[in-house]
Design a protein around this ligand. Sequence first.
Ligand code: NAP
Ligand code: HSE
Length: 414
Amino acid sequence: MTCIAMLGYGTVGSGVAELILKNKNRLRKNIKDELILSNVLVRNLEKHKESDNINILTKDIEDIFRGNVDIVVEAMGGVNPAYEYVKRALQLKKHVVTANKDLIAEHGGELLDIANKNGVVLRFEASVGGGIPILKSLSECLVGNNIKGIKAILNGTTNFILSKMSKENMSYEEALKLAQDMGFAEANPESDVMGYDAARKLSILSTMAFEEKVNWKNIKINGITDIDTVDFQYAQGEGFEIKLLAIGEYQDNSIYASVSPVMVRKNSTLGRIENEYNAILIDGDAVGDVVFTGKGAGMFPTASAVFSDIVDIIQNKKEKGILFDYNEASVDTLWRKENKWLLRVNTRNRVDAMAGLSELFPYCKIITKGMYGLEDEVAAFVKSENEAVLDRNIETLREKIDCNNIKKMMMLED
Ligand code: NAP
Ligand code: HSE
């Protein structure tokens, strides 16, 4: 018998409780074990008074650590007090499974170290890519590879919002509300829409993939809050979609790491990922390109990942390579390869802006005048040998012409 205590009974926690019940017979048959949910910590008991599990819900953290708990599942979210509770559980020699990327991105190294010292396991498959078994695949199946790069859609909420805005002309506010109602968004959805959630996931993924600590605070982060309907029109006019892309890639001796809206071809692997689905493209030196896709958010996809971590712990499958005791990586926030970008120049001086763009960029495709009814804007698809040169040219343009703002968005051709 394995005794499980849980912190949190929201979208993820209640999904895990349901999977434990649903898989009772299968576990008994396949691994000859039974999972018992002992206590579940919540903040507000009143909210759960209709729940079937009301008798095991508690507001007292001491109930979690009482008795013979084997595994603590953390599904409450946020860094504090989750950090304190997880640390205490590990020190008390309880295994821990968490879905909390904020916690792992911030304190993963220290917590894994405490787990190791206490002879227990800390697992966090659900913290990246929801139901997609990506961390296990990286640490076990791809262990023979030097990972060269990662391109990924890592946030279900923003992919859902962008899909609804692009395909159904839904407003940003409506789409966000729907994502919240469906349980995809974080308690504070700023974390999703500003790109922090994806950056924390990229930090965890890159640290494991590149075996260097990629601090999420060093990642270039731009969310989706500045995307407007005209961006979609420019993208669609060229056969592109806009995705919030997390990119981690070796560039010389550093790691390029960014989360930002990027234009990707409509029919490409990433361009076809819709709604709350996530996708992770990994480029390994031995395997080549591999793609993982599935639901990146939601009750049961996430509970599926938590449940598999629980079963792995019971079966004593210790993960290889998840240590995080790596040196801090040198993180680069500028793309160093030739690429195309969309530039939107907000100006009353359209003629000078067009002349300036054509002069500065040998490849410059200007979008015809007033195509989307914006009389005070010149847009162009430009090519630049790298992002530093692009930024210098943008500055030069800014000095040359009278303009209010220049917005840039990267385009990925493949
Ligand atoms: P949620 O629906 O907001 O549920 C959070 C639960 O934790 C609630 O039951 C809440 O209690 C409890 N809680 C929060 N703070 C607490 C505190 N200080 N003391 C006691 N209880 C507390 O959140 P969720 O969507 O399940 O997400 C949980 C974690 O999973 C987060 O780290 C999130 O990033 C991660 N995750 C979520 C998804 C997803 O699709 N939702 C996917 C992957 C990972 P009350 O019920 O009383 O409010
Ligand atoms: N809020 C997160 C998302 C949950 O939308 O991807 C899954 O980590």
